[in-house]
Ligand binder design. Structure first.
Ligand SMILES: Cc1cc2nc3c(=O)[nH]c(=O)nc-3n(C[C@H](O)[C@H](O)[C@H](O)COP(=O)(O)OP(=O)(O)OC[C@H]3O[C@@H](n4cnc5c(N)ncnc54)[C@H](O)[C@@H]3O)c2cc1C
Length: 320
């Protein structure tokens, strides 16, 4: 058992780090506990991923993020956040998972895979990138069905079905096609979705010229070892297939939030309750920060608009 911390921060993503920086500036004792490597979600992003935000909008703690590109890429962001944490000597425990948070004698007792901590305040900044939204169709458990994508090289000469029509799907379709994959997109809606403005015309043109095949108003209905079934407006289509890239989004760890005692809205969005002014949840002195706040609405919060949560929370703690 360690001494009592002012704040324990769950999650060492960009926003967890931002909270650590503000806590340090305010002279509060804090500890960041991260279950993976530092900025674990960013580490697991596609190798060639480019942010849609400019570098200045990804900055935390007032530290400049220099990039020679209009929009920085994954490697630059990893470099930036690690260097900021290093230079500031942020107190962070890596590869240590928070498994439970209980209230005891006016303090929070935090259990992790390695230790137990006591803290006056908790900030949960656990993001949403660890749990993919499942398709719920037969064959989804086959190893060829992927919810995360890393490097296009792997898919050279492979027959790929990409499910979805937002940024991730567009990147996967274009990158793998350029590295020699045969790509078919399955799009539930009648048109492409939210795609970076510099990527969308590229994809539209590849679809128009027939290089990438796309079925709109369509659904993947079954995956088998060597083929897939797609329900299209013209009827069922069966395609030979090597890999399914199910880019259907991700969701926060609701089970963890509920176990902690945070109320979720009853609607489809499952918004975790928090006061937007202070970020305090229904549990006193327990706060939410970062993209976890959006529940199933994962397109509402980003680094660029949720980094301000850090300052709001630390001010609220100080004002008490
Ligand atoms: C492909 C992609 C591109 C994006 N591009 C942009 C962009 O251009 N601009 C922008 O502003 N936003 C962008 N976003 C959104 C935003 O960058 C990310 O969601 C960002 O990672 C959010 O930061 P966060 O700190 O809230 O959550 P995360 O970065 O997800 O950090 C949460 C951390 O908590 C850890 N964790 C979870 N559970 C536990 C536990 N029980 N114990 C300990 N640790 C735990 C995780 O390992 C993780 O490291 C993008 C998202 C994706 C998926």
């Amino acid at each position: 058992m360690h001494s009592i911390l002012d704040i324990l921060i769950v999650g060492g993503g960009p926003i967890g780090l931002a909270c650590g920086l503000e806590a340090k500036k305010a002279g509060l004792s804090y500890l960041i506990v991260e279950k993976g490597t530092i900025t674990n979600s960013l580490f697991n992003y596609p190798l060639n991923m480019t942010f849609f935000s400019t570098a200045d909008r990804l900055e935390i703690g007032g530290f400049p993020f220099p990039s020679i590109h209009a929009k920085p890429n994954r490697s630059e962001a990893l470099e930036y956040y690690r260097r900021v944490a290093d230079v500031e000597q942020l107190d962070i425990r890596l590869f240590e998972e928070v498994t439970g948070i209980a209230s005891e004698d006016g303090l929070y007792l935090v259990s992790t895979s390695k230790a137990t901590y006591r803290a006056r305040h908790i900030i949960i900044a656990t993001g949403f990138y660890d749990i993919p939204n499942m398709l719920g169709i037969p064959g989804e458990d086959l190893l060829k069905v992927r919810h995360y994508y890393y490097d296009p090289h792997y898919y050279y000469k492979q027959k790929i079905v990409v499910v979805g029509a937002n940024n991730s799907s567009a990147d996967v379709a274009l990158e793998t096609w350029r590295k020699g994959a045969e790509v078919t997109m399955v799009v539930r809606e009648g048109e492409l979705g939210r795609i970076k403005y510099w990527t969308k015309p590229d994809l539209e043109n590849r679809i128009a010229e027939g290089s990438i095949k796309a079925y709109f108003n369509a659904r993947l209905t079954e995956v088998r070892e060597a083929e897939v079934d797609i329900q299209t407006p013209a009827g069922k289509v069966t395609l030979a297939n090597d890999y399914v890239m199910a880019m259907t989004g991700y969701q926060p760890n609701f089970a963890f939030l509920e176990k902690v005692g945070i109320k979720l809205s009853d609607d489809l969005y499952r918004h975790p309750y928090h006061n937007p002014e202070t970020m305090e949840t229904n549990l006193p002195r327990l706060y939410l920060a970062g993209v976890v706040c959006g529940g199933m609405e994962t397109h509402v919060w980003f680094i660029e608009n949720s980094r301000e949560h850090a300052l709001k929370i630390i001010r609220h703690i100080q004002d008490k």
